[in-house]
Design a protein around this ligand. Structure first.
Ligand SMILES: [Ca+2]
Ligand SMILES: [Ca+2]
Ligand SMILES: [Ca+2]
Length: 159
């Protein structure tokens, strides 16, 4: 016989089951992963809390990857910095480097920054607000993580 005594256990069981269902949904996991990554980027890059991501913020972001301070970021510098916390994200690093080296000369430098900034500045008013920033990085990361999950492409040789 079902007794009220067991009701809390039953409720907990159903609740726990539904929670585990929700967190087992690969699409939900994927989307919350992208959300977290985008939010982390915003917190990390919009450093002065004025809710605007300036071109100078983008510049200091790129310079933080320039280990030898010679004003350009090589593929090796980019991979080394990006992969130090999570070496499994090789294909993400590969895709991000391709995206940020917009003139495809093999390094990321100030010549690339105008193009990147213009891409993020969706409404073209020369400033990037939180919505634009998150929209840009969410779609970029979604594509890159989908490629990552499928396991292609492998990062090419580091030169
Ligand atoms: Ca460098
Ligand atoms: Ca370049
Ligand atoms: Ca804008």
């Amino acid at each position: 016989m079902f007794s009220v005594r067991y009701l809390p256990i039953f409720v907990l069981f159903v609740y726990g089951y539904r929670l585990s269902q929700a967190s087992d949904d690969p699409v939900q996991i994927f989307l919350s992963h992208i959300d977290n990554a985008t939010n982390n980027l915003w917190v990390q890059l919009e450093t002065d809390d004025d809710h605007v991501f300036l071109r100078s913020d983008l510049e200091s972001f790129i310079h933080s990857y320039d280990t030898d301070n010679n004003t350009h970021v090589t593929r090796l510098e980019f991979y080394t910095h990006f992969l130090k916390d999570d070496p499994d994200l090789g294909s993400i690093a590969y895709g991000l480097f391709l995206e940020f080296d917009s003139n495809q000369d093999g390094v990321i430098d100030s010549k690339d920054l105008d193009t990147i900034y213009a891409r993020i500045d969706i409404n073209n008013d020369l400033r990037v607000d939180e919505t634009e920033f998150k929209q840009y990085f969410k779609s970029l990361l979604t594509v890159l993580f989908l490629i990552h999950i499928q396991g292609i492409p492998e990062p090419g040789p580091i030169v």
